[in-house]
Design a protein around this ligand. Structure first.
Ligand code: FE2
Length: 210
């Protein structure tokens, strides 16, 4: 199952990379570099897959995964979402905050699929999913030393006052403040990738959301 999701992630990021390359402008350069890094790391993992044991833990928001429809045959992200649904009970869903608010506890969680804590081991990259229940506001935050991308997989989502369509790809450069709000009528599923600013190990990196 992990091999399947890895194969799908390679396809998703390769497609994004070729899209960005096809309309390359100056402001896309950092996005291009980020995507090239992600694709290179994913290709490495395909050839040298290391799986580590993780504990699984669910969170209330995970029940909203079933509301994300897979009916549209032409959907680019259908397979990756299907793989996530199948895997979700085996993953470790977290809040990332020591004292999450009540709203967060009910309406938000993220899970890593690739990273130093597994289940697919990588020291220099983290790839995971963020899930927001309908109408959830994810407060402003930034990440020091981390470059983060978001790919909106299923629905319109409000990101820093802009309504982003499904399929939008965003790069949060190190230190950039960002916030999210899911639409009132659907949950929002977001694929994210992280790399350390300038490259390097993410081992023991503490998620300090400010
Ligand atoms: Fe973030």
């Amino acid at each position: 199952m992990l091999k399947n999701i890895l194969d799908e992630l390679v396809l998703v990021y390769l497609k994004e990379l070729s899209f960005v390359k096809s309309k390359l402008q100056k402001e896309n350069l950092n996005i291009l570099k980020h995507l090239e890094f992600v694709v290179k790391e994913l290709e490495k993992l395909k050839h040298q897959l290391e799986i580590i044991e993780i504990k699984s833990e669910t969170k209330p928001v995970v029940s909203y995964l079933s509301q994300i429809s897979l009916e549209n045959k032409a959907d680019d992200y259908k397979k990756v979402i299907k793989n996530l649904k199948e895997l979700s009970g085996k993953l470790f869903w977290r809040y990332g905050y020591q004292e999450p608010s009540q709203e967060m506890i009910g309406k938000y969680a993220y899970t890593e699929v690739i990273g130093p804590e597994g289940p697919i081991y990588s020291e220099e990259m983290i790839i995971g999913f963020v899930l927001l229940a309908p109408g959830f506001y994810y407060p402003k935050h930034k990440h020091s030393q981390i470059e983060e991308s978001y790919l909106f997989l299923n629905a319109k989502t409000l990101y820093n006052n802009a309504i982003l369509e499904k399929g939008s790809f965003i790069l949060n450069e190190t230190g950039k403040i960002h916030e999210l709000r899911s639409a009132a009528e659907n949950p929002a599923l977001i694929l994210y990738s992280w790399r350390k600013q300038g490259g390097g190990s993410l081992k023991n990196y503490q998620l300090n959301l400010e």
